[in-house]
Ligand binder design. Structure first.
Ligand SMILES: O=C(O)CCC(=O)C(=O)O
Ligand SMILES: [Fe+2]
Length: 415
């Protein structure tokens, strides 16, 4: 399927032939950290690096004309997806989204213009950044959203390298930009200017961020390379599709095949864990989740899922260790201005779960030994603090309030 995709794409969009005259000075860059850029990172030079151009690469009028073409295609229905794209089909969309135009549905003269932009500017740029020859644009989208919109789920793209080019002036919207997991301490979305190019390994975990006001259009182009069939990425997609079809055996085979070429890929471990869970093999599923949590430290979801699983097994102390680990890795980044909303939600839950575990342990201790409640003395203050933090966005939450009251009460009697 790689060869078929490559040939089809080559026929429409041509392919790269050299790195042109791009140099490091043309870009700002930052790293998501070695090992965090997906299963094909090692095929790329500087695969964990995310680059943004210092100057626009598409002119204002090029950007405006692409928006107009996309609007026309969306209105005519010709930009609609022709086939179900498995990597995107379960994404939620809100009514507020204007829609998206597939590049393949745009008129031939627009495609020809895009082809020359790719050949003259964008392919050489990618080749200069990542050292990969024979790139072609497998697919692309012009996405439009109108406020208030929802953020995309954090995801990988179904390609090797991704180009992301805002077509709207950044004054036309607030919020927006692209969230790139691990790119900075602050974990806030990257907003780049119209016509500038952001590029990254498609395996970097990322998402389009919700806009609060206005309208935002962005062109994303997904590139593949002739000599890199991306077996692990394809196995992951195949596994998810089989899982959706309730074909658990098939799904597991796909994930295992993926892991045989990319043993360090956290998403493949998560996939295997989902199948094992569905099979009721809880210790195998636990092991897969643990592998995922240990392999990819930028996302605490696996760690927190381990905590939830331990809670369900009525092991609050072991669960608390997982929540502690996750919360210390997050380090209150969720409380910063402009923090990524899903991180806020995840961390809020983790704080409440951690406090729940601490309360369960303290209750048990109070029941067992009325005399020395050493554990409660040392751990309850933190639980009270976590509940206070959780109350900040919802001070009237009676459930959290009563938990905090109980924690304070237990702490008093422990002291
Ligand atoms: O909206 C953005 O900046 C990112 C879009 C994206 O990642 C995608 O559509 O795959
Ligand atoms: Fe994406």
């Amino acid at each position: 399927s790689h060869d078929i995709e490559y040939t089809n794409s080559f026929n429409i969009f041509g392919a790269s032939s050299g790195a042109g005259s791009w140099s490091d000075d043309d870009f700002t860059s930052s790293s998501v950290g070695t090992g965090n850029a997906g299963p094909d990172e090692s095929f790329l030079r500087r695969g964990a690096q995310v680059f943004a151009t210092r100057e626009p690469v598409l002119s204002k009028s090029e950007c405006e004309s692409l928006i107009r073409e996309a609007q026309k295609a969306i209105a005519a229905g010709s930009g609609a997806k022709l086939e179900v794209d498995l990597s995107r089909k379960d994404w939620e969309r809100t009514n507020s989204d204007i829609g998206e135009a597939r590049l393949s549905g745009l008129p031939p003269d627009t495609l020809n213009r895009l082809r020359s932009i790719l050949n003259d500017r964008l392919y050489p740029m990618l080749e200069s950044r990542y050292g990969v020859p024979d790139l072609t644009a497998y697919d692309g989208l012009i996405l439009g959203s109108i406020a208030p919109s929802q953020s995309q789920p954090v995801h990988r793209d179904a390609s090797l390298l991704t180009l992301n080019i805002p077509l709207s002036d950044s004054h036309d919207y607030t919020g927006g930009g692209t969230y790139i997991e691990g790119i900075s301490e602050l974990d806030t979305p990257l907003v780049i200017e119209r016509g500038h190019v952001l590029c990254h390994a498609s395996g970097v975990m990322h998402a389009g961020n919700a806009i609060k006001t206005g309208e935002r259009w962005v062109l994303v182009i997904f590139c593949i390379a002739r000599d890199e069939p991306q077996i692990a990425r394809r196995c992951h997609a195949g596994g998810l599709a089989a899982f959706d079809d309730d074909n658990l055996e098939g799904a597991f085979e796909y994930f295992e095949a993926g892991l045989s070429v990319a043993p360090g890929d956290h998403l493949l471990h998560m996939g295997a864990g989902r199948v094992q869970h569905a099979w009721g093999k809880s210790s195998a599923s636990f092991k897969s989740l643990k592998a995922a949590a240990d392999l990819y430290l930028l996302d605490q979801r696996a760690q927190i899922a381990l905590g939830d699983a331990l809670m369900a097994q009525k092991r609050p102390r072991a669960a608390l260790r997982r929540f502690d680990k996750a919360l210390s890795a997050i380090g209150d980044r969720d409380l910063l201005d402009g923090a990524w909303m899903p991180l806020k939600a995840l961390t809020w839950n983790a704080r409440v779960s951690a406090a729940t575990c601490a309360l369960l342990c303290a209750e048990a201790e109070a029941e067992k030994s009325k005399k020395d409640m050493g554990w409660s003395r040392s751990r309850l203050p933190e639980a009270v603090g976590r509940l206070s933090t959780a109350l900040r966005p919802c001070p009237d939450n009676g459930y959290i309030q009563s938990m905090r009251e109980r924690a304070v009460e237990l702490l008093r009697s422990a002291e």
